[in-house]
Design a protein around this ligand. Structure first.
Ligand SMILES: [Zn+2]
Length: 293
């Protein structure tokens, strides 16, 4: 789930390992990088914590889909008060009330406090009281540009992760290009026959890394289509037109299959010496899903 987030590979590993071994602190601070990346990372962690699939986060179970669509009953995302541009003590009292009741859906409630530096001192002290009596079924993720803007009493009770200090493994320009290719490929898939699709994938024959990057760029678009199909509205990709077309052309079940096979092909391609078989497989499995009744 961290694949389309611009944080360092080593941090992805650290987070993934902590999550897989249930060693993640019940209070996290995500600092650094930009606001959107901080929120994306927080949501990816929440998705892992709430996922009901085997390989967490599976990205396709009902919990994951609800997290992506921001409609999960046990995921609470708190932001600043529109008028005062502050996070006030009332907001934190509301968190306290929600944190004392058991989760609705699973065994955890996750609270993301975005831009936690906007909490005034009163609000931070109220949050501290919740931190002092940790509950096993509650996790907190605070995002902020720098943890130094929070009270030390808060930071000393949380584990902080710094996002995006190193340079990402691929350039933004290359990823934009891959996103465009992914959108074109998906649109071709919807409207054209298999032969046209195969012609379009010929560009990947000599470039395994670009093939992988394009598949990775396709994932958020397919997820968006799924979110749209399930009535959600919060987009994670910037190819909304393609996501809409995909949603109109495929059932929710088929979109889910599409997502699963794409993830599978990425995994196989990463481990394969020769990726040309994966390219052939891509069109074969995509079109078999499309043609199913
Ligand atoms: Zn899941």
């Amino acid at each position: 789930m961290f694949e389309d987030i611009n944080i360092t590979p080593s941090l992805k590993n650290t987070l993934q390992n902590a999550l897989d071994n249930s060693r993640l602190s019940h209070a996290l601070i995500l600092e650094g990088s930009d606001e959107a990346t901080r929120l994306k990372t927080a949501k990816a962690i929440a998705m892992h914590l709430l996922c009901k699939g085997n390989k967490r986060p599976c990205g396709v179970c009902s919990s994951c889909i609800k997290v992506i669509g921001s409609s999960h009953p046990d995921l609470h995302i708190l932001t600043k008060d529109e008028k005062s541009a502050m996070i006030k003590v009332d907001t934190v009292r509301d968190i306290k009330a929600k944190a004392t009741v058991l989760p609705n859906d699973g065994d955890k409630s996750v609270f993301i406090i975005t831009e936690a530096q906007l909490m005034n001192v009163q609000a931070q002290n109220a949050l501290l009281k919740i931190f002092e009596e940790p509950s096993r079924h509650v996790s907190f993720i605070l995002t902020c540009p720098s943890k130094s803007s929070l009270l030390e009493t808060i930071t000393s009770r949380a584990t902080a992760y710094t996002l995006g200090e190193e340079i990402s493994t691929f350039s933004d320009e290359k990823y934009s290009e891959a996103k465009q290719t992914a959108a074109e490929l998906l649109e071709c898939f919807i409207s054209e026959n298999e032969l046209q699709f195969i012609k379009k994938t010929a560009v990947f024959r000599k470039d395994k890394s670009y093939f992988l990057l394009t598949l990775k760029a396709a994932l958020p678009i397919i997820r968006d289509a799924l979110v749209l199909a399930s009535g959600g509205r919060v987009p994670i990709s910037d190819k909304q037109e393609t996501a809409k077309k995909l949603k109109s052309a495929m059932t929710q079940k088929k979109l889910m299959e599409l997502l699963e096979v794409t993830e599978k092909i990425i995994e196989n391609t990463e481990n394969a010496a020769n990726h040309n078989l994966s390219i052939t497989r891509l069109s074969a499995v995509f079109y078999s899903i499309k043609q199913k009744g």
